[in-house]
Design a protein around this ligand. Structure first.
Ligand code: F0G
Length: 358
């Protein structure tokens, strides 16, 4: 059996690392590409889900973080800093803990999911809640790294994008070719940029012959790239992508141009509906931000843009357990109340609608 060694060791010759680079890894990458028959049936396309929630800290951030922390330490960093809507902070804290260095994480006060907050604390991150939104946190983190001895590990650090491009290599390896369409959430647009780079390089390595059309989605209340303007007070249930001024905006526009791509906005209602479809029909539980890839596919399919038989890959970026509260809400905003019974088989059978064989 081949034991996965993490993205730096697996893709060493495609990354800017050398023997001098200490490899800080938790075994990230190598995530499953899961066929999604129900989504195929709904759309007529061949649909696959790249489940990035299977990374060590439960999101795709680990692919970039192994690079950012390893290269940072190679260049002498003793402390790292990041702004985060939660996943980057969880990942930075975990990789910093593994390497024995300090991670300072700046998060918008009261605006990140409980699972992610718990991770940053559990891994010993220096968690600072900022009285502002993510965009304020990123300004602060950039300011801190420019003026103090702390190494910035947000996706404005090019090492992050380099690590994240490996997900595209894995997709091509499994499919034997690039897909026709790739669907992905957009926050800072770092990952959109990273996949585009990974797919481009795959062609250069002779692994594939085409670029997929890169389709990126923002939440409707937080859609600066779609709107073409900074959003001052972004709002959405998809807290991971509640970002009003994406750091990789310009790169994303270039990537869309290059791939004949598309940017769309999705309502919170459709995000939550897509989350439920994915968990109840495919068996993959993701956080709301990740479900936007599914919502985007369904929307574009309905718009008639996805030819029957097209291969579609959907990156679902983070695990549902990070932000589980949404699964316990009904569509009209009520609470789900699982049935309670006494210790009695007949009662259980009655609830399940089963009749005895007697
Ligand atoms: N999905 C999830 C689950 C995320 O956490 C993020 C970004 C994205 C999608 C968007 O990726 O920024 O590369 O376009 N989360 C960052 C964070 C902002 O701090 O964890 P992007």
């Amino acid at each position: 059996a081949h034991l996965w060694r993490g993205v730096i060791n697996e893709y060493r010759e495609r990354l800017d690392v050398s023997d001098a680079t200490p490899v800080v890894t938790l075994g990230e990458g190598g995530t499953p590409l899961i066929p999604a028959p129900s989504l195929s049936q709904r759309t007529g396309a061949k649909v696959y889900v790249k489940f990035e929630g299977m990374n060590p800290t439960g999101s795709f951030k680990d692919r970039g973080m192994t690079m950012a922390i390893s290269k940072g330490i190679e260049h002498g960093a003793k402390a790292v800093i990041c702004a985060s809507t939660g996943n980057t902070s969880a990942s930075a804290a975990a990789y910093a803990a593994h390497a024995g260095i300090t991670a300072a994480v700046l998060v918008p006060e009261g605006k990140i999911a409980m699972g992610k907050l718990s991770q940053a604390v559990a891994h010993g991150g220096q968690l600072i809640q900022v009285q502002g939104n993510f965009d304020d946190c990123l300004d602060l983190a950039r300011d801190m790294s420019a003026n103090y001895p702390v190494h910035l590990v947000n996706s404005v650090n090019p090492d992050r994008i380099e690590g994240q491009k490996t997900a595209a290599f894995e997709v091509v390896e499994v499919l034997g070719e690039a897909p026709d369409f790739h669907f992905i959430p957009i926050g800072n647009a770092g990952n959109y940029t990273a996949y585009t780079r990974g797919y481009s390089e795959s062609i250069g390595y002779g692994d594939s012959t085409k670029l997929p059309r890169m389709f990126g989605f923002q939440a409707a209340g937080s859609a600066p790239i779609v709107d073409g303007a900074v959003v001052k007070n972004p709002e959405t249930v998809a807290s991971a992508i509640r970002i009003g001024n994406p750091a990789s905006w310009e790169l994303a526009l270039q990537a869309r141009e290059k791939t004949d791509g598309y940017f769309g906005a999705i309502s919170d209602r459709d995000i939550l509906r897509a989350q439920k479809i994915l968990s109840s029909e495919v068996g993959v539980f993701v956080e709301p931000a990740s479900a936007i890839s599914v919502a985007g596919l369904l929307e574009r399919s309905e718009a008639g843009v996805i030819p029957v038989g097209s291969t579609c890959v959907l990156t679902v970026t983070g695990h549902g357990l990070k932000d589980p509260q949404w699964a316990l809400r009904t569509e009209d905003g009520g609470d789900v109340h699982p049935t309670v019974v006494p210790v009695d088989a007949a009662e259980v059978a009655s609830v399940l609608g089963l009749s005895g064989e007697a």
